[in-house]
Design a protein around this ligand. Structure first.
Ligand code: ADP
Ligand code: MG
Length: 260
């Protein structure tokens, strides 16, 4: 009989590891230090909020984590693989397999209707058009707007457009969804509905979310909250999920009154 050693307590492996990344943009002769040494881990199933004022480096950080850009220094590991060493083909395969994106400005294609916008990420794959359409319709139903499937973006409200973009982010059944100011262009009531969809996807389907925002009211949905200022993470706190009481002076400073 094989004698077993003491079983080590299982440690969670991060799905994303950000290690000391810096991002410097060249603007003519001037260097802009958008990220000045950021490290953080994201674990599977977490909902992470990166909260900071405008210009603090949130979108830049999201782009480095989502394999949309490569840092000037440091590493980003996804499932233990260093994506800063991958070529653009492998990066696009990684994004297609694992990641979904939601942007403040929705980034929908104006000439396509809602269902076409949702299934467009499947076009370069070998999924048939019929199957892609079926899945897109299913997702539009999941976000509650299947009756708007044949509306073009300009025939949809802001909240409906953001739902289309959430459905599009889900089309590849990604493990991680990145959202940049997902409620930024929405009134507070519509924003809350969009957040409710995000919360459900996280809690019921186990999707990992990385959300960057300047809106402190989102922290109630988070497992953990990172405060970013001037390209540096200043604080890490527990979020409001699972009843954590969230307290942070800097968040209070940012807090927007929620209208009911
Ligand atoms: P946030 O999303 O928090 O508003 P960003 O990540 O967009 O902040 O920007 C961080 C800083 O980097 C800002 O000072 C911004 O002006 C600068 N920046 C962002 N993108 C570029 C770019 N492509 N070229 C030069 N500077 C940039
Ligand atoms: Mg931004």
């Amino acid at each position: 009989m094989v004698k077993k050693g003491k079983v080590k307590k299982e440690e969670r492996k991060p799905i994303i590891e950000v290690r000391k990344i810096k991002k410097t943009y060249l603007l003519g002769e001037t260097k802009v230090h958008a990220l000045r040494g950021v490290s953080l881990n994201v674990y599977p199933g977490e909902l992470i909020i990166i909260l900071g004022p405008s210009g603090s480096g949130k979108s830049t950080l999201l782009h480095q984590m989502g394999a949309l850009d490569i840092p000037t220094e440091g590493k980003v590991l996804v499932d233990g693989l260093d994506i800063t060493q991958m070529d653009s083909w492998n990066l696009s395969m990684l994004r297609r397999k694992k990641m979904g994106f939601i942007f403040q400005s929705f980034n929908l294609i104006p000439t396509l209707d809602a269902v076409e916008n949702v299934h467009i990420p499947l076009l370069p794959t070998n999924v048939s058009e019929v199957a892609a359409h079926r899945r897109a319709m299913h997702l539009l139903k999941e976000v509650g707007i299947e009756d708007r499937a044949h509306h073009k973006p300009n025939q949809l409200s802001g909240g409906e457009r953001q739902r289309v973009s959430i459905a599009r982010a889900l089309i590849n059944d990604p493990e991680i969804i990145f959202a940049d100011e997902p409620t930024g262009n929405l009134d507070s009531k519509t924003g809350e509905k969009v957040l409710e969809i995000i919360r459900k996807l996280n809690e019921e389907e186990g999707k990992t979310f990385v959300i960057v925002t300047h809106d402190a009211s989102l922290v109630e949905f988070a497992d953990r909250v990172f405060i970013i200022r001037d390209g540096l993470i200043e604080e890490e706190n527990l979020g409001g999920k699972n009843g954590h009481a969230y307290k942070s002076e800097s968040v209070e400073l940012n807090k927007r009154k929620r209208k009911k």
